[in-house]
Write a protein that binds this ligand. Structure first.
Ligand SMILES: Nc1ncnc2c1ncn2[C@@H]1O[C@H](COP(=O)(O)OP(=O)(O)O)[C@@H](O)[C@H]1O
Ligand SMILES: [Mg+2]
Length: 397
């Protein structure tokens, strides 16, 4: 039996609670009345527990939730205050059954770990986790400490790390190739100009003009592949201002035919970055949706812009304290499956007149802001998700 009372005593009020009565208040609703509620376990004042990446939960002998940290709130999609007092087996179902062994553990006092368990959350979502249950005694009452290791997130992190890797590799290849093309192009153009001057027959100048014009066209393309050479600015940027600018630009372009739905979290602080570039990135994404609406005669075109804040979120191999998540969702035809996997690569386009550069540029801009961009698409719903870390570079360790 572990006793975490004394070594954690410096946490002050964290484990200070009144012991709940054994009597069930109500057979149906397993919730404490306010006077019996555990004296607010002040988890907001517990940076130690709230900064853990591991989701932890403390339940009493009746399996009622007494405490959960921020990571648990996020993982289990529960709000701390609303979850307190609720019975854990009402909230989580393991492979369709309540978490039965827990009650036995209170008798046997043996900690145990279960691996790759699918938990059904009350929201209807399911997550896959490893979890450990450890009996603990606090103020001579029995409790269970639950630790959850989310497997989906771990898999997602490694997938994201590989996305970032691929994105970086492809950009390096493109930059290398673009420079290789650019250098001889300069020579080619110069030689054509010299040749034009030496030509005895002015009629032949048409040919050198073609060489020069095509060299210029290619150079233009290569420049766009390389992206803007201006260094990005680093200033406070409000993500909502960026989104509003994009909306007003597209609104003007489409004479208000697209319905924009705003679902913003107004508490998101400014991020540090280049406003012009971020507008460009999001404009490229929104403009694609606009073009897909037009090409497919979508009847009620709608674009939803959602912003959320994520705490302790890992992007690639870097854990960030605060990350802003922006979702851009349209109800258009979806990205053609044949190009979905490669849609962020340059020159990949599903449209006859497309250059295939829009999303590749959007991706470079998001990466310049140390963020990540992802896409999910099916007919009727295309979702681009952008993650942007909020702390400035010098705050990082
Ligand atoms: N929201 C969307 N709905 C449908 N298709 C899309 C959407 N966004 C991107 N696409 C597809 O991805 C392709 C690549 O987009 P992009 O990189 O901007 O290049 P371009 O717009 O020049 O083709 C588009 O041609 C289109 O086929
Ligand atoms: Mg485009």
């Amino acid at each position: 039996m572990h006793n975490i009372g004394s070594p954690f005593s410096h946490l002050g009020s964290f484990f200070a609670y009144q012991l709940p009565s054994e009597k069930r208040l109500n057979d149906q609703i397993e919730r404490y009345s306010p006077d019996q509620q555990i004296m607010a376990i002040d988890y907001h004042d517990n940076p130690l527990l709230d900064n853990l990446a591991t989701a932890i939960m403390l339940v009493d002998a009746n399996l009622r939730i007494q405490y959960l940290n921020s990571a648990a709130e996020m993982l289990l999609e529960l709000s701390g205050t609303r979850a307190l007092g609720l019975s854990v087996d009402q909230l989580l179902m393991e492979n369709g059954k309540p978490l039965a062994e827990m009650t036995q553990t209170l008798q046997t006092r043996m900690p145990y770990t279960k691996r790759q368990v699918t938990l059904a959350l009350s929201s209807g979502q399911s997550i896959s986790v490893d979890y450990t249950v450890t009996p603990v005694q606090l103020h001579s009452a029995d409790y269970l400490l639950l630790e959850f290791q989310p497997l989906d997130r771990l898999m997602k992190i490694s997938r994201e790390a590989s996305i970032i890797n691929t994105q970086e590799t492809s950009r390096a290849v493109i930059r290398g190739l673009a420079h290789e093309i650019k250098n001889p192009l300069g020579g080619l153009r110069g030689a054509a100009q010299l040749l034009a001057k030496e030509l005895p027959n002015p009629g032949l100048k048409d040919y050198t003009d073609i060489i020069i014009a095509e060299a210029d066209r290619l150079r233009n393309l290569v420049d766009r592949l390389l992206g803007p050479h201006k260094l990005p600015e680093n200033k406070p940027v409000s993500i909502h201002e960026v989104l509003e600018r994009v909306i007003s630009l597209i609104y003007a372009e489409t004479a208000g035919r697209i319905n924009f739905v705003r679902d913003y979290d107004p508490s998101i602080p400014d991020l540090t970055g280049d406003m012009g570039k971020l507008i460009q990135a999001i404009l490229n994404i929104v403009r694609n949706a606009m073009q897909a609406f037009k090409d497919n005669a979508v009847f009620t075109p709608e674009i939803r812009l959602q912003t959320r804040i994520l705490r302790q979120f890992t992007l690639g191999d870097q854990r960030h304290r605060l990350v802003c998540r922006v979702d851009i969702v349209d109800n258009g035809p979806g990205i053609p499956p044949a190009i979905l996997q490669n849609v962020f690569f340059p020159m990949v386009s599903g449209r006859a007149e497309g250059t295939g550069l829009g999303l590749s540029i959007a991706q470079s801009i998001v990466n310049q802001h140390r963020g990540l961009i992802e896409c999910l698409s099916q007919p009727g719903e295309t979702r681009f998700t952008i993650y942007l870390p909020l702390e400035s570079t010098d705050e990082q360790h």
